[in-house]
Design a protein around this ligand. Structure first.
Ligand SMILES: *Cc1c(COP(=O)(O)O)cnc(C)c1O
Length: 395
């Protein structure tokens, strides 16, 4: 059995995908030509389940190669592709709900996931119950006869709580075994966490982040276990979800260096998180690999490493002038959404904004929260940049 490092290099590269080249071929097409009407009819019947060429929207050899790699990476049986991570999340949710159903969602979920539940799912007469990301067996009591879907994300967006996935899964299966459990696995890139191995049905990723890895394309993936695959696959075809060939190729290309990039993001991130945790201006560092992060024990149990995204809380609540002075003058940290590329990024959140995303719980801090993505620059340069930034807070 090859290890993950080797798997990421060889997956999706058998001759049927590469035609003898090193990389999968880039097959751009809308139509696929059949040799005969008999062949057309035969493939029309079979193609959904056999990944045969049929029509561009259902994928080309380039897509099939990337899906094979993702399926192997996330230990599933099939992978659906979407134009971005948000589409992967919303379409996966739509695949498993009917009007009148009930969804459970962690209140640490990515904001657009939350908004989809609030505005679109609500409109479809679907009831939503939010839960504390640190919930364990007590989720049992939140499951009703019509609960069809549970949405997890670990670590949570922005505040980084690490969930006790095995415990949550066990309680759900005890009460209502056929509930679909999905998890946003973007943070681990599928490398450091294997959700399907611990009972989750579908692992979702914004491949825009670490898989693409260079901030130059967007893609979403949903890798499913056997139980949910047929339904997910049928629905993503019916909804016309697809990505173009070149993006699928870029995503495959990203996989080849994913492991080594992540190891460096991990090393740089930990180095900087530890430095920040000693800084007098900082109240707490929310880095899953540090004991100050909520759910750190769950991290130790289920993750095999950490990526470059984390947050920290300042002792002070900065006013607008202080915040601009802090954020606008970094040399290396750029102010931008998204993350997972080679570059370092920074964003700030006031507790007031965060509270609007936390329907059931008040936050236990008052200072300004800073989220950073630690890129592949020399960490000592980044520390100097952060050090200057933190010195600006007092002026
Ligand atoms: C960015 C992100 C998404 C959405 O991905 P897009 O490709 O930008 O649509 C979903 N979940 C998490 C955790 C993310 O960080």
């Amino acid at each position: 059995m090859s290890t993950i490092k080797t798997k990421l290099i060889i997956s999706g590269r058998s001759k049927k995908y590469t035609h003898g080249a090193i990389n999968p071929i880039i097959q751009r097409t809308s139509s696929v030509i059949f040799d005969s009407v008999e062949e057309q009819k035969k493939i029309a019947k079979e193609h959904h389940y056999s990944k045969q060429l049929f029509y561009g929207r259902y994928g080309t050899i380039t897509h099939f190669s990337f899906c094979k790699s993702m399926t192997e990476l996330e230990h599933g049986v099939g992978c659906a592709l979407y134009p971005c991570g948000t589409a992967a999340i919303t379409h996966t949710i739509l695949s498993f709900v009917n009007p009148g159903d009930h969804i459970l969602i962690t209140e640490s979920a990515y904001e657009p996931t939350q908004k989809f539940c609030r505005y679109i799912a609500k409109k479809m007469n679907i009831n939503i119950t939010w839960f504390d990301p640190l919930i364990e067996q007590e989720i049992y009591n939140l499951i009703h006869y019509n609960t069809c879907l549970v949405i997890l994300e670990s670590p949570g967006s922005i505040t980084m709580e690490v969930q006790n996935i095995p415990s949550i899964v066990q309680a759900i299966r005890k009460k209502k075994p056929d509930t679909t459990i999905i998890l946003d696995n973007t943070w681990s890139a599928g490398v450091f966490l294997k959700p399907l191995d611990i009972g989750v049905d579908i692992s979702l990723q914004s491949g825009t982040k670490y898989i693409i890895g260079h901030s130059d394309a967007m893609i979403g993936t949903a890798v499913s276990n056997e139980r949910c695959w047929e339904r997910l696959q049928k629905q993503y075809y019916l909804m016309g979800q697809m990505v173009d060939t070149d993006t699928a190729y870029m995503a495959s290309r990203g996989l080849r260096t994913l492991h080594i990039r992540l190891k460096q993001h991990e090393e740089n991130g930990l180095h900087i998180a530890k430095w920040l945790s000693q800084h007098p201006a900082i109240e707490r560092v929310n880095h899953p690999a540090l004991p100050t992060c909520k759910g750190h024990n769950n991290f130790l149990k289920n993750f095999s490493g950490s990526s470059g995204l984390f947050s920290f809380i300042l002792k002070k609540k900065l006013n607008n002038v202080q915040l601009s002075n802090f954020l606008n003058n970094f040399k290396y940290f750029k102010i931008a959404y998204s993350w997972g590329g080679f570059e370092s990024l920074i964003l700030a959140y006031q507790t007031k904004e965060l509270c609007s995303m936390r329907p059931i719980k008040t936050l236990d801090f008052t200072g300004t929260l800073i989220r950073v993505h630690i890129g592949l620059e020399d960490p000592n340069d980044l520390i100097q940049d952060l050090s200057h930034g933190l010195n600006r807070i007092d002026v």
